[in-house]
Design a protein around this ligand. Structure first.
Ligand code: ATP
Ligand SMILES: O=c1ccn([C@@H]2O[C@H](COP(=O)(O)O)[C@@H](O)[C@H]2O)c(=O)[nH]1
Length: 242
């Protein structure tokens, strides 16, 4: 496993990872562990932007499958990511790591609406920038948000911290015979319809030449470990990188 040379990563934190061993919501211990891992990385000089998912609270598709209007359900999903984002930013600040939060969905009583220039200024000042509220639009996901914000903020990589230790030939939670890949191209992921991230996110990362790294957040210090080449991951790049 190789050390990852990135200095300005955008890290997408899975909402489900915030549940810890629970089935729903936010586990304070899991939140604390993730925040400490991120703070260690920030202290090593990396400029870090974070996009947080909402799968521990609400997903629009699940809501609409049960009869909810899709657009309203997606707004509920985006609100879930605002809750996770506030929890993460507050935990970072509590442990001494300067951090700001912006939301793509305007909720001005809670936090500032996303501004690219303000977020870049915060990154340059060494603050961790938490990006909640998705893109602010229904029919998208926080993976697409992560690829979009990575391009807007000039990030050099998109690290997807999730439930699985990489990209497999099929969903490893459903197919125990699925094979894990160390390296893939964007075209591989799209052509083989590997559903670890949605196609819109992969296409945006490809078009902006932003490598994508998928790894598991389950181990203590997982983000630091993957950056130092001490944990499994799958790297998606252009044909030239592969
Ligand atoms: N080919 C594949 N390789 C790896 N994982 C896959 C693949 N296809 C589907 N998956 C599934 O994708 C999941 C990760 O994406 P998912 O959108 O569910 O969660 P997330 O983006 O990490 O965040 P959230 O919990 O906030 O929704 C993995 O847990 C895995 O079960
Ligand atoms: O731009 C966006 C981002 C997210 N949503 C909704 O939020 C939930 C939670 O995000 P996950 O990526 O699934 O963690 C998602 O299911 C959508 O309902 C959105 O509408 N627009």
């Amino acid at each position: 496993m190789a050390h990852l040379p990135f200095t300005r990563p955008l890290i997408k934190i899975s909402g489900e990872a915030l549940m810890g061993s629970g089935q729903y919501g936010i586990d304070p211990q899991a939140l604390d562990a993730i925040a400490r891992d991120i703070a260690d990385l920030a202290n090593s000089g990396k400029r870090i932007a974070l996009v947080v998912g909402g799968g521990n609270i609400y997903r629009g598709l699940a809501g609409s499958a049960k009869g909810m209007d899709r657009v309203k359900a997606d707004f509920m999903g985006m609100l879930a990511t605002v809750m996770n984002g506030v929890a993460l930013q507050q935990t970072l600040v509590r442990i001494g790591q300067p951090a700001t939060i912006y939301s793509g969905l305007p909720v001005p009583t809670i936090c500032a609406t996303f501004s690219r220039d303000a977020a870049v200024e915060d990154l340059e000042a060494g603050k961790v920038v938490v990006l909640a509220g998705g893109t602010g639009n229904p029919f998208f996901t926080t993976d697409t948000t992560a690829a979009l914000r990575a391009a807007e903020l000039g990030c050099d990589s998109l690290l997807k911290a999730t439930q699985v230790d990489g990209i497999y030939s099929a969903d490893p939670k459903k197919d125990p015979r699925a094979e894990r890949y160390d390296r893939l191209t964007f075209s591989d992921v799209l052509a083989r319809d590997l559903k670890v991230m949605d196609a819109a996110a992969i296409a945006l990362a490809r078009d902006n030449a932003i490598p994508v790294v998928v790894f598991s957040l389950h181990e203590q210090g997982a983000i630091g470990k993957v950056m130092r080449g001490e944990a499994l991951c799958s790297v998606v790049g252009t044909d030239a990188d592969a």
